[in-house]
Design a protein around this ligand. Sequence first.
Ligand code: ATP
Ligand code: MG
Length: 780
Amino acid sequence: MSDYIQELNEGQRAAVLYNDGPSLVIAGAGSGKTRVLTYKIAYLLENGYRPWDILALTFTNKAAREMKERIARQVGAERARHLWMGTFHSIFLRILHAEAAQIGFTPKFTVYDTADSKSLLRSIIKEMGLDEKVYKPGTVQARISNAKNHLVSPAGYANNKEAYESDSAAKMPAIRDIYRRYWERCRQADAMDFDDLLFYTFLLFRDCPEVLARYRSQFRYILVDEYQDTNFAQHSIVLQLAKEHQHVCVVGDDAQSIYSFRGADIDNILYFTKVYPGTKVFKLEQNYRSTQTIVSAANSLIEKNQRQIRKEVFSEKDKGEPIGVYQAYSDVEEGDIVINKIAELRRQENYAYSDFAILYRTNAQSRVFEEAMRKRSMPYRIYGGLSFYQRKEIKDVIAYFRLTVNPNDEEAFKRIINYPARGIGDTTVNKITAAATSHNVSLWTVLCEPLTYGVNINKGTAGKLQDFRCLIAGFIESVAEKNAYELGTEIIRQSGIIADVCQDNSPENLSRKENIEELANGMSDFCAQRLEEGNANTTLSDFLSEVSLLTDQDSDKDGDDEKITLMTVHSAKGLEFKNVFVVGMEENLFPSGMAGDSPRALEEERRLFYVAITRAEDHCFLTYAKSRYRYGKMEFGNPSRFLKDIDVRFLKLPQDAGLVRKVDEHAASFRRENRENFVSAMYGKRDGGARPRQEIIAPTVPRNLKRVTPSMGTASAASHSSAAAGGNAVLPGQFIEHERFGLGEVLKVEGEGDNAKATIRFKNAGDKQLLLRFARFKVI
Ligand code: ATP
Ligand code: MG
């Protein structure tokens, strides 16, 4: 039996070794569910399964990457690389790209993000002459999304009065027509929204039996993490694939189901054994993550929920300290309390900054912590907020990329037809849209031949449209010839975007320019990385596939990252930290005011709180503020009802309000006395004192990749990679330091000249095979 199997307890081992039929691992937080999945995959690989036989679905890209790295360490990078492992959306996107023609799309279809789909809905609502106050685009979007997650098509929607005409729908009788038009318009634009990635996969498998048969026989084993957060569509697709062979293993915890607002259905896990008769159920009871006190506190909290599978969870780690509860007078003071506590723990127990996480219910809460940390020059990283790819200037550039790859993309077209301003007004765009709708063709088709489609425009406008068409057509011609970086920077320059943001030196424009440069850097690195992995040509289309599904939860932790983590509780699912602060424990904030008095919603908020507490390994703290600046005004709040749900034996409650002040006074003196030491420890001696090292992460600049080109337009990907790579002659046994993967040992060198490859075992990134020609490392 392989060594790693010994690293499992009895229950975990039984779950890993059982592979005769469907299995369900249902267990509390920190009990090793994800570990079971990871080890099971390694075990399958060592017992006759090939990497591409295995489909492993995770909740975030980050989780998939971490699992892959872990498996790579056990069975080698090469085998791990070929696993089909990723989020539902990313795996299905890959399948849909390959099978697009079967369902009437081209392989280059665009993925509309939430903002694109909302904008399209807004246009449709307008075109139909409906009142936007009644048909709020956000509400309509949520209803359509809900329908898709329940696999209800526009035709089904029309026939399903009871289920889909609730009160609000009754007030919005046209919603079915909006849905139908929206559906058609997406198809016209060769575009899918996020929900379509699930829905069309289901339809593909339902309507193309030979395709289903192919994937069924390919994916001989299917594994799913965080099954409690799957929705009906995801559950149904897994069933389509697993029904025949029944080699399916899902793991989850009903107590951590926190995505019902996105259609997740806890019943999927509760009724798993009914859907897959003969399922073997494994329960794990030992928590390996947290102290006994944290585990007991979390148990006492979740017991208050009615709807749950009772589970015993215990820890054999230290008893640990009670969970500290802190009261602050204001949100600003809350920030200080947390920061002081972090400083204190670092001094007393030698923790690194990366051992701390501050978790909150809403993104807006991060601001006061940022400010507090900036003042104290503490390094931190925020996950979430406005993602890099949601920024206006980045969306503009990406819209050019999208139109280049898929000229039928309606939302991209509308976004840039007159940006930068080229004198094409709304009237013209409306005429084009109307012609496209009435002839059932895309906006681009009309643009190419406006007269054929009866668009009545003057000569001047016709000329401007023609110029725009030539601009994009020029880019389209280059798609096959140039790599993503070369074409991307060309587009940024020739479209006029860079000139537009360089018009003046206002701080806004400077920051836009920096962001665009950052995007170009990301593209350059993306191409370089793919070259290193042996992909000679990385097209713009490859780049778009890479970025179209990134979300704020996917930002990666750099291996050597010495930063405090700030994130929402939702994003923290599945992660663990030595010390966790759950902040903003107030009524109307946590639980969210949106939960109202609904018992179901309150139970979900309680589960969310359970998720928060169970992220902590050594220490957990809860804080609340008596007053808080929200929605532009001061609000006074009460402590969260959830604080009372935790058995008081596991809490250390605030003695008196004066305590907070004392902590603060102590902080102020600490700040004065230690400032100098702190600054020199962090940055070395410097003139002018500390410089804040804050980083608001652009979560999704292609992951983890280091910046290489200082400013755009000066270097090509190819030239910088060869410069960076240099003469990389290595021998087995040598140690190297790689720009991105860090320290590693050379295991093997194969091939000659341009084809020379080295297999390197990285300390933190597992085994990787790199083409020496492009690899960026130095021998140490
Ligand atoms: P969550 O519900 O939060 O997703 P989980 O059940 O998936 O948690 P894991 O993340 O797999 O739990 O494991 C929690 C921690 O305990 C990890 O650090 C993991 O490495 C460790 N762990 C799990 N099983 C064992 C074991 N048998 N021996 C030692 N450590 C273990
Ligand atoms: Mg897990």
